[in-house]
Design a protein around this ligand. Structure first.
Ligand code: PMP
Length: 405
């Protein structure tokens, strides 16, 4: 494995300064920084072979189409899907969930049907289902969490019934860091023939994702959270579902034959890709996945585990600092609050020291409601972060405390 200095040198932005201070980037849960090879991959498209995909007979269009389809193949092998037909590009996790919520609702949902979510969901895995429920007269059921921020599996088992039509849960909580027991969740749903969608926005970048071993029906994630460009995401679905579901958007490329009377749809996966896709970003994402593989997913996971443990130790030693999300199974995310200091004040002062953290509800208001708080400060770490940066954060928090003393 490359050493940490070599890894950091791959990410040009990490050497910049903010307000004259070295940047400490702890907002990886919101978006990750990009290695030079990803920046180059996107530049290369526009500089040397840009042409709209699947459209032209000309050289550039062919080259772009080929690179785009290679990107699809890269995603397929990265998540260990069976077939390229099961990989659909979207605009991101939000785009993927909205698409499935619409299609699934149109195809299968009747008044009184139920969709199960967990209390840990990001708004992107709540609102699209709520919109679908409103349209179809269906009902959301929610798996509760305990004080550590873990879902209560026994309560989940009780919620599963003949009314349940789909379970949609996150792989890891963006607000607290909790890793969910997705294998158990999926096995229980399948035992009563209910499909499952896993929101991988906070899962894919922290370890090995194998959709076949997981046996999930749908898996979604965003390119920008795994060192790829923004504006590209993935919707994985088992072929059996994709062949039955109607498209969620109409337009160019997703069609076979169009007349004013009737349209027939293109084969999989194109049936779900309407209009000009963000092919440069898909190509950039494929390069990002190659980069992750070159570092090694086990190496990334073990480095992040070490950083999490060090950061948890340093931060929990600070008097007045409370960590929300204390499960033993966490991604490298720490959500906290300092007694009597508003999270925005903490975030703003840390920013002036060059430390980027996220503050607020993290698009997970129900999680905050569960604890009766209006937000936290969140430090989300990844493999390019260092223990020295964690020390800078701990010193910064002491400084915040002394300013408010
Ligand atoms: N789900 C989770 C768990 C997330 O963390 C996020 C992003 N914070 C999303 C969904 C939405 O991702 P995007 O904004 O890239 O669509």
């Amino acid at each position: 494995m490359k050493n940490i200095a070599e890894i950091r040198a791959d990410f040009p932005i990490l050497s910049r300064k903010v307000y004259g201070k070295p940047l400490v980037y702890f907002d990886n849960g919101a978006t990750t920084q990009k290695p030079q090879c990803v920046l180059d991959a996107v530049d290369e498209v526009y500089e040397s072979y840009n042409g709209n995909i699947h459209r032209g007979v000309h050289f550039l269009s062919d080259m772009s189409s080929e690179a785009y389809e290679k990107a699809r193949e890269k995603v397929r092998s990265f998540i260990n899907a069976d077939k390229r037909e099961e990989i659909v590009f979207t605009s991101g996790t939000t785009g993927s969930i909205n698409g499935i919520a619409f299609s699934f609702g149109e195809r299968y949902i009747k008044p009184g049907d139920e969709i199960i979510l967990s209390h840990l969901e990001h708004h992107a895995n709540i609102v699209p289902w709520q919109m679908m429920c409103e349209r179809k007269g269906a009902v959301l059921r929610v798996i509760p969490i305990n004080d550590k921020g873990e879902i209560i599996l026994d309560e989940y088992y009780k919620l599963l019934s003949s009314k349940t039509k789909l379970v949609s849960v996150t792989q890891a909580s963006n607000a607290l860091g909790t890793i969910l027991p997705v294998k158990e969740i999926i096995a229980a749903a399948h035992s009563v023939n209910v499909p499952v969608l896993i929101d991988g926005a906070q899962g894919i970048q922290h370890g090995i994702v194998d959709v076949k071993a997981m046996d999930t029906d749908f898996y979604v994630f965003s390119g920008h959270k795994i060192y790829g460009p923004a504006g590209i995401g993935v919707l994985y679905g088992k072929e059996k579902w994709f062949s039955e579901l109607p498209p969620f958007q109409g337009g160019g490329d997703m069609v076979d034959k169009v007349t004013f009377e009737k349209t027939t749809y293109n084969e999989l996966p194109f049936k779900f890709e309407a209009g000009t896709m963000n092919y440069p970003a898909a190509i950039g994402l494929a390069r990002a996945l190659d980069y992750v593989l070159s570092i090694g997913r086990e190496n990334i996971a073990s480095r992040e585990k070490e950083l999490l443990s060090y950061a948890t130790g340093r931060l929990s030693a600070i008097k007045g600092l409370k960590i929300y999300g204390t499960s033993d199974r966490k991604i490298s995310t720490i959500s906290f609050h300092i007694k009597d200091i508003h999270q925005y004040d903490t975030g703003m002062i840390l920013d002036k020291i060059g430390i980027a953290v996220r503050t607020g509800t993290h698009c997970a208001q129900p999680v905050m409601d569960r604890y009766g708080i209006d937000g936290t400060v969140r430090a989300s770490l990844c493999f390019y972060n260092t223990k020295e940066e964690i020390d800078t954060l701990a010193d910064g928090i002491e400084k915040v405390k002394s300013m408010f003393a």
